[in-house]
Design a protein around this ligand. Structure first.
Ligand SMILES: [Zn+2]
Length: 243
């Protein structure tokens, strides 16, 4: 079962202008009605499991109950709400690779739990800064999934560009920890807005933490104070099964 939406749902001039744009927290009654009507006229499939019906089915939503865990990223403390894999991986893939930003709504509550648990520890105002995706990925998607998640979670992200990639990097997948570090070293730069501010870094998935550490380095270089990181999901290392 494909998770791609019916082509006419994204065709300009049809329903698109009436559907909620990415980043708007809650669809109004009209938009919700239109989504339901669209589901009847051109059935959508669940971005998590592919079953026909709503864009994220009840069973998949049940998999998204946050279970906060602290992750030590070599001196940078991070909180993640979910294990990466299964439904979480499918939903992020639907949002990022298959042009279905609407499924991010289902991921917003656990993401908010992680963000709020970090913000609750701070007495000073905190700037919420999203780790940027590559320029190539931004162009392909036309939106920034992590900033959209922050908005859907009811928090205000720092303006895009406060933290930016200043050179292209290789795909991190498949690289060792040391190679990831080399690949990312000096790749990010933070703007003057972070100077003297408390900064919470946010990202969708944390694996080795290389990207978040590079982001923290860039913020520190610009004289910002990183209070930690909040992520939707954490990639749990699986122990090799003895054969
Ligand atoms: Zn499902």
């Amino acid at each position: 079962m494909t998770s791609l939406p019916a082509p006419w749902l994204s065709a300009p001039g049809l329903l698109t202008p009436w559907l909620p744009a990415p980043g708007i927290p809650t669809p109004g009654p009209l938009a919700a009605w239109l989504l339901d009507a669209a589901a009847v006229l051109a059935p959508v499939s669940c971005g998590g499991c592919g079953v026909d019906g709503r864009s994220v089915c009840v069973r998949c939503r049940d998999e998204l109950v946050p279970s906060l865990r602290e992750v030590d990223l070599g001196g940078l403390r991070a909180t993640a709400a979910l294990d990466y894999g299964g439904v979480v991986s499918s939903l992020l893939s639907a949002a990022k690779e298959h042009d279905r930003p609407g499924v991010l709504r289902a991921l917003a509550p656990p993401f908010r739990a992680a963000v709020d648990s970090m913000l609750a520890r701070e007495s000073e105002p905190v700037l919420v800064v999203a780790v940027p995706s590559s320029a190539q990925a931004r162009r392909a998607r036309g939106y920034r999934p992590v900033e959209t998640l922050v908005r859907l979670a009811g928090r205000r992200p720092a303006p895009s560009g406060v933290l930016r990639q200043i050179r292209e990097v290789d795909d991190q997948a498949g690289l060792s920890v040391a190679a990831r570090r080399r690949n990312l070293s000096g790749a990010l730069r933070a703007g003057p807005m972070v100077q003297g501010r408390c900064v919470l870094l946010v990202d969708d998935v944390v694996t080795t933490g290389s990207t978040l550490r590079e982001a923290a380095r860039a913020v520190s270089e610009a004289q910002g104070a990183v209070v930690g990181a909040a992520c939707l999901a954490h990639t749990v290392k699986r122990k090799a099964t003895p054969r």
